[in-house]
Design a protein around this ligand. Structure first.
Ligand SMILES: Cc1ncc(COP(=O)(O)O)c(C=O)c1O
Length: 356
């Protein structure tokens, strides 16, 4: 693969050379003053960049680890799982596989979840509701703020949000959301290698967790919080990745978060326009993702298209889940620029022309 190969994928995504280089600093042990300082700096920058004062918990895992941690630590028996795609389904599955009773609220793929979809689903037994912010299989950005507001009007369950492909690419206005968990990982809009799961966690979830038996060990939020208070990790953390995270957060704060979110919108609009000129978008208008565009394939041969793109030094992603064969996905998140996206789209046109 060429050194100039650029990923327009849905994760892992393109990681800049200088960010990768930040991982090559000398190793330190994770029970040292130097590590405490590293973690303290990261938490401070995460609070600043995301404009939240929620507890930050980190785990050496992919994001799914903490999705499971929320269920294991926050639910004794009963939860509601909201889904309009593969990743909503997956969180329902995590609940079921952990022995919880999961009431499913399923909205059609390609459509956003509406607050009204949850009517009648939540009752006094419901301990938590899980949902996905940016559904990566369909390219829908769900209106989480409206859904949360709708829930809180009548009920008071814990609310857990999968922010895996939203956080750092879309301004979720976390402070205004009244969430109990927002989970994400390093390999998406943070534009880092995979390996660290991160969550914003409410005090309320931590209090509830103390009453839930059999939370397991690795993703036990109560133990993670105890260690986080000392700027330690529960188990051995990916120190090199944390160097890169610290460096990346510094870069983001320098760019400015609103500039970052605007850049994502600009890139998304470029890709949407390309899709509109071809076979169209899978997701409904008004609820389009800023980080991933899911494009209807029509008569496009995706294998040929991506093969041609790879020969030109770039790469996009296949469709996912039930719509794997009828769509493909372009990731436009992290540190990519509108100029790079324009370059990709030009290459896509040229490859399609050449393979027609
Ligand atoms: C919306 C969403 N949720 C969850 C996941 C799973 O994340 P991970 O592979 O980091 O466990 C993904 C991965 O693509 C995702 O896009």
């Amino acid at each position: 693969m060429s050194v100039n190969h650029t990923l327009f994928t849905v994760g892992p995504v393109e990681v800049r050379k200088e960010v990768l280089e930040a991982m090559t600093k000398p190793m330190i042990t994770h029970r040292s003053k130097a590590f405490e300082q590293l973690q303290e700096g990261i938490v401070e920058k995460l609070h600043k960049a995301l404009d939240t004062d929620m507890n930050i918990l980190m785990s050496p895992a992919s994001a799914s680890g903490l999705l499971e941690g929320c269920v294991r630590s926050g639910v004794n028996r009963s939860m509601v799982g909201v889904s309009n795609g593969s990743f909503g389904d997956r969180w329902q599955g995590i609940g079921t596989e952990n022995g919880k009773e999961v009431r499913k609220v399923n909205a059609p793929w390609g459509k956003a979840v509406r607050p009204s979809d949850l009517e009648g689903a939540i009752d006094d037994r419901t301990e938590a509701v899980t949902m996905v912010s940016n559904e990566s299989s369909t390219g829908v950005l769900n209106p989480v703020a409206d859904i949360v507001k709708g829930i809180r009007e009548k009920h008071d369950p814990l609310i857990f949000v999968d922010g895996v492909t939203a956080v750092f690419g879309t301004d979720l206005r976390i402070k205004e959301l009244d969430l109990d968990a927002l989970v994400f990982g390093t390999q998406k809009a943070l534009a880092l290698p995979p390996g660290l799961a991160i969550m914003c966690c409410s005090d309320r979830l931590l209090e509830k967790a103390k009453t839930v038996p059999h939370r397991g060990y690795y993703f036990d939020l109560v133990q993670m919080k105890k260690m986080a208070d000392k700027n330690y990790s529960l188990t051995t953390p990916p120190v090199s990745l944390m160097y890169a995270l610290d460096f990346q957060l510094e870069r983001m704060l320098k760019e400015g978060m609103s500039a970052r979110y605007e850049r994502h919108k600009e890139m998304a609009e470029l890709v949407r326009n390309w899709a509109r000129a071809h076979h169209g978008l899978f997701a409904e208008p008004g609820h389009l993702s800023d980080t991933i565009t899911v494009i209807n394939r029509g008569d496009i041969d995706f294998s040929k298209l991506n093969k041609g793109l790879k020969e030109r030094g770039c790469e996009i992603s296949n469709g996912y889940g039930d719509i794997k064969e009828t769509t493909f996905r372009v990731g436009h998140m992290g540190d990519l620029t509108p100029a790079e996206v324009r370059g990709l789209l030009k290459n896509m046109d040229e490859v399609l022309e050449a393979t027609r």
